[in-house]
Design a protein around this ligand. Structure first.
Ligand code: NAD
Ligand code: LMR
Length: 333
């Protein structure tokens, strides 16, 4: 049976970098047939037709069908996975509140449509910003789907942190394991390497011991990762797309198949109060995933005073975002 996978914002730049990887088996497996349901808004339907033509022209053996649509009822019908990329971007002169209001509307509508049309086992990844709060809105609007089926993308930040450490040490990114992104996918996020390791073929070391520069790890490293999205926008005049698509592939592949033994990843999930983070927030934690697709928040990590302050700061921002967003929500879980 083909897996039914919906991608929203399908005529946009992230989707353009993402769809090929999904359709050639990098996410759901090299033998898994796929039906792609591509949702965008009505003015983008002509551009979306072009994307469909290109998908067909790739002549991919795993791709059974591609369905372009502007109707969430079609896009979400009986789906197994949803990658929600489409969102209202910030325009000139727009206040943060206006952006939040527009996105609450989009993610409330899509949450309701998921509730009505998707499989109850659907796994939903929210990418569109503000990703954590959009994910919360979506989950609250889909009360018949378990909240643990919703997550938001902080894997890009996780990959950025991994890569910054690898570049500093002159090692491959695969040698660097178990960094953590705590909190919001925003500039208040806390990239934490205090539990991470760097491994050669013979030994593993703590990242702090390998880097031997605490001032960098507690200073420029953190601000570089926190500000990386903005730095890419400044340079490209467009936000990250290739690296965002790669992070989506990593996130969804690990959710589908499980994380490697002794490794965790960062994902925005519903807080259950772990590490004294307030409940009812989509907060990025270190996560291990079983092959049956269920995840758990890694427990028992020691938290320094330095980390505590940063974890609470990003939680505070998420509480404020949630409280502002909930004023615009017409229904609540
Ligand atoms: P883009 O503007 O190129 O594409 C967005 C697409 O979404 C457009 O085609 C637009 O028409 C569509 N869209 C808007 N409203 C929609 C709706 N209601 N239903 C379906 N489609 C809709 O943007 P992009 O570069 O692809 O980025 C998409 C989003 O991802 C942005 O919000 C961006 O900030 C966010 N982003 C998140 C991360 C992350 O790590 N979480 C990383 C990069 C970008
Ligand atoms: C990113 O992290 O690259 C995106 O979320 C874009 C942004 O606004 O930072």
């Amino acid at each position: 049976m083909a897996l039914r996978v919906c991608v929203t914002g399908a005529a946009g730049q992230i989707a353009y970098s993402l769809l090929y990887s999904v359709a050639r088996g990098e996410v759901f497996g090299p033998n898994q047939r796929i039906t792609l349901l591509l949702l965008d808004i009505p003015p983008m339907m002509t551009a979306l037709e072009g994307v469909v033509m290109e998908m067909q022209d790739c002549a991919l053996p795993l791709l059974d069908e591609v369905v372009p649509t502007a109707d969430p009822a079609v896009a979400f019908a009986d789906i197994d996975a949803a990658i929600l990329v489409g969102a209202m971007p910030r325009r000139e002169g727009m206040e943060r509140k206006d952006l939040l209001q527009a996105n609450v509307k989009i993610f409330e509508t899509q949450g309701k449509a998921l509730d009505q049309y998707a499989k109850k086992t659907v796994k939903v990844l929210v990418v569109g910003n503000p990703a954590n709060t959009n994910c919360l809105t979506c989950a609250k609007s889909a009360p018949s789907i378990p909240v643990t089926n919703f997550s938001c993308l902080t894997r890009l930040d996780h990959n950025r942190a991994t890569s910054q450490v690898a570049l500093r040490l002159g090692v491959k990114p695969t040698a660097v394991k178990n960094v953590i992104i705590w909190g919001n996918h925003s500039s208040t996020q806390f990239p934490d390497v205090s539990h991470g390791t760097v491994c050669s073929s013979t030994e593993c070391q703590k990242i702090y011991d390998a880097v031997k520069d605490d001032a960098w790890l507690k200073g420029d490293f953190i601000t570089t990762v926190q500000g990386r999205g903005a730095a890419v926008i400044k340079a490209r005049k467009l936000s990250s797309a290739m690296s965002a698509a790669k992070a989506i592939v990593d996130h969804m592949r690990d959710w589908w198949h499980g994380t490697p033994q002794d490794e965790w990843v960062s994902m925005g999930v519903m807080s259950d109060g772990s590490y004294d983070i307030p409940k009812d927030l989509i907060y990025s934690f270190p996560i291990k995933i079983k092959p049956n697709k269920s995840y758990e928040i890694v427990q028992g990590l020691s938290i320094s005073d330095f980390a505590r302050e940063k974890m609470d700061l990003t939680a505070k921002e998420l509480v404020e975002e949630r409280d502002a967003a909930m004023q615009f929500l017409s229904t609540a879980k």
